[in-house]
Design a protein around this ligand. Structure first.
Ligand code: 5GP
Length: 200
C-alpha cells in the first residue's frame, strides 16, 4: 500500500500558521498531528484538539519510552510529536502535517529525509509583534521573548523546501495549497497509476 507523505510546517509564533492550517485542514485527506506540550492551555484551546497538555513528569515519561518522533524545548516548555498516531496514519496512506518549531523540524529531516518542509513567516518583525500583542494571550515579557525567538527561527528558513510569507491570508493559503498539490503530483507519487495505465 502507498504510504502517506509527511509535511512539516514551521514558522514563528504569531505568524498566522495556525489560521493557514485551519483552512488547509478542511481537506479530509490530511491528518494534523496533535502535539504534546507542557505549556499552559490558552483560552479557547481544547485538550486533545490543539495539543495534548501534559505535566512535565508525564512528558518525560514519554521521552523515556521513545514515544516521540521528535521533541524540543521552546520558551521554557516541552513540545513533542507523538510517534504512534503519525506512523499509523502514514502507513494507512494518509498525508500527515506536523506543525513544529525549527529544532524539531531538523530532527525530522534527519529521520525522514522524504518529508516536505514548509516555512511560514511574517512580512516583518514589527508586524509579528503587532499580531502577538493583538492576540492578547501573552504577557509583554512573553511577547518580547517570542519576537526575539522569531528572529532566530527566520534564520533557519533557508533550510526549508518552501517559504510562504503571510502578508495576506488568502494568498498565503493559496500558496500552501499549491505546494501540497504540486508535491502530490510528483512523479514519485504517480508510479502506481503509471504502472496501472501501462498494464495490458
Ligand atoms: P505555541 O505555544 O505558540 O502553540 O507553539 C510554540 C512553538 O512550538 C511553535 O513554533 C510550534 O510550531 C511549536 N510546536 C508545536 N508543537 C510542536 C511539536 O510537537 N514539536 C516541536 N518541536 N515544536 C512544536
Amino acid at each position: 500500500m502507498k504510504k502517506g507523505r509527511l509535511f512539516v510546517v514551521s514558522g514563528p509564533s504569531g505568524c498566522g500558521k495556525g489560521t493557514i492550517l485551519q483552512e488547509i485542514l478542511q481537506d479530509p485527506d490530511l491528518y494534523f498531528s496533535v502535539s504534546a506540550t507542557t505549556r499552559q492551555m490558552r483560552p479557547g484551546e481544547v485538550d486533545g484538539v490543539n495539543y495534548r497538555f501534559l505535566s512535565n513528569e508525564k512528558f518525560e515519561e514519554l521521552i523515556a519510552e521513545d514515544g516521540f518522533l521528535e521533541y524540543a524545548g521552546y520558551c521554557d516548555h516541552y513540545y513533542g510529536t507523538l510517534r504512534q498516531p503519525v506512523e499509523e496514519h502514514l502507513q494507512a496512506g494518509q498525508n500527515v502535517i506536523l506543525e513544529i518549531e525549527v529544532v524539531g523540524a531538523k530532527k525530522i529531516r534527519e529521520k525522514c529525509p522524504d518529508a516536505i518542509f514548509l516555512f511560514i513567516m511574517p512580512p516583518s518583525l514589527s508586524e509579528l509583534e503587532r499580531r502577538l500583542r493583538k492576540r492578547g494571550t501573552e504577557t509583554e515579557e512573553v511577547v518580547q521573548q517570542r519576537v526575539s525567538q522569531a528572529a532566530r527561527e527566520i534564520q533557519c528558513a533557508d533550510s526549508y523546501d518552501y517559504v510562504v510569507v503571510n502578508a495576506e491570508l488568502e494568498q498565503a493559503v493559496a500558496e500552501v495549497h499549491a505546494i501540497l498539490h504540486s508535491e502530490t503530483c510528483k512523479n514519485q507519487n504517480k508510479k502506481e497509476i503509471i504502472r496501472e495505465v501501462l498494464k495490458k
